[in-house]
Each structure stands twice: as C-alpha cells, then as structure tokens.
Design a binder for this molecule. Sequence first.
Ligand SMILES: Nc1nc2c(ncn2[C@@H]2O[C@H](COP(=O)(O)OP(=O)(O)O)[C@@H](O)[C@H]2O)c(=O)[nH]1
Ligand SMILES: [Mg+2]
Length: 213
Amino acid sequence: MDISNYRKQLQQTEFLLSAPTFNLCPEDTGREVAFAGRSNAGKSSAINALTNQRQLARSSKTPGRTQMINFFTIGDKEENKDKRLIDLPGYGYAAVPQEMKIKWQVELEEYLVERESLVGLVLLTDVRHPLKEFDLQMLAWAKSGDLPVHLLLTKADKLKFGAQKNTLLKVQRELKKLELPCSVQLFSALKKEGLEELAMVMGHWLQLDESLA
Ligand SMILES: Nc1nc2c(ncn2[C@@H]2O[C@H](COP(=O)(O)OP(=O)(O)O)[C@@H](O)[C@H]2O)c(=O)[nH]1
Ligand SMILES: [Mg+2]
C-alpha cells in the first residue's frame, strides 16, 4: 500500500500497441485495467496526468486513431511483466456509421465480460453530466461480467467545491439505487486533483506491490 511506489510505477507507462479490433489485442495473460468514457470525457487527459506523460494518450485525438484500442504497459519492464492499461475508444463521433457502432458495442461487451486479464474498469464521465446512457450501459456490462468499476467524475474544476460534493453524493445514491456497486471519485486532470485516489485503485487492481524493487 505504498502510494508513492504506485505513482512511480504508473509513471513508467509505455505505449505498447494499437489494435483496430479485440482479435488483435495482446495475449490474455497478466492483469490489465481499461479506461472508458464518451469522447471528450477527459480520458486522454486523465491517462496523461496519471502517468505524468504529457503526450502518451494524445494520439487518440487524430481521426484515424479514434477507433483504435490503445494498449500501454505499466511499470518497470524487468520487474513487472504483463501489466497493462487499455485506452478504449470513446463514443459520440457523428462520423461513425450506426452499423459500426453496433459492431463495436458487441465487441466491447464481449471484451468486458470475457477478458480474463481484465481486473477493473475506470469509467470517466464529465462531472457536469454524469451517468448518461453510455455510462449506464458500461456499468451494466461490467456488472454482468463481475468486473469492478471505478468512476471518475472528470473536470471537477468546472464546478465549485459545494457543487462537486453534491454531484458526488448524488451519483453515489444513484448507483446504489441501480444496484451497480462501484467506487466514485472527483477528478481534475487540469488541477491534478484525485490522482492519488486513482493511483491507489490502480495499484490494488494491478498488484503493483508485488513488483517493489
Ligand atoms: N477544465 C478541464 N478540462 C479538461 C479536463 N480534462 C480534460 N479537459 C478538456 O476536455 C477536452 C477533452 O479532453 P480529452 O482528454 O481529449 O478527452 P477524451 O476525448 O475523453 O480523451 C479537452 O479540451 C481537454 O482540455 C479537466 O480536468 N479540467
Ligand atoms: Mg482521447
């Protein structure tokens, strides 16, 4: 439970590969954590802030890459084999035809439910409009796959402190009502707030303790 060790290892994240479909993703071994959210939720910014690398997840903004699944390795490569962070493509690009959206959804559900090495999902949602249809769908799939979820209420800096807390409580109540067990936190990539809480969750899920040098 050494937070600075977690932070240090998360800062050693490196790009591994981009795959257009889950068929081409790395072997299903080790442990991986996936990041998902509607486009513009703040996913790239969160990954860059967490790993302290300004440009790591930047590429997802380029049109050709938007539908790619991006894989990163986490931690010291000698000590720490087979721990990955996955950047799942966002939704909401008007340019994507309906047919492709449906095909992608089928693949995504299969991945969330069946991927053995997947140990947790970080779901990002803008603090100003949380728990929209996409988020609820992801939560439902995670539940059916018994996959733990950690919800990030992103861009928290856009709200005043009181409003942030109210949203946090409201979302917690809503999740309870829906019987979707998942942890929730406020997050701001801009102000670098919530990084330790997120690093703690990632460290536990990926068992980053085991690779203490
Ligand atoms: N104010 C504020 N803006 C943010 C924050 N995180 C991301 N953004 C902005 O939101 C937009 C989308 O961010 P991005 O990380 O590319 O989202 P993605 O599409 O989910 O990868 C960009 O203009 C970011 O600068 C944050 O913590 N605070
Ligand atoms: Mg992005």
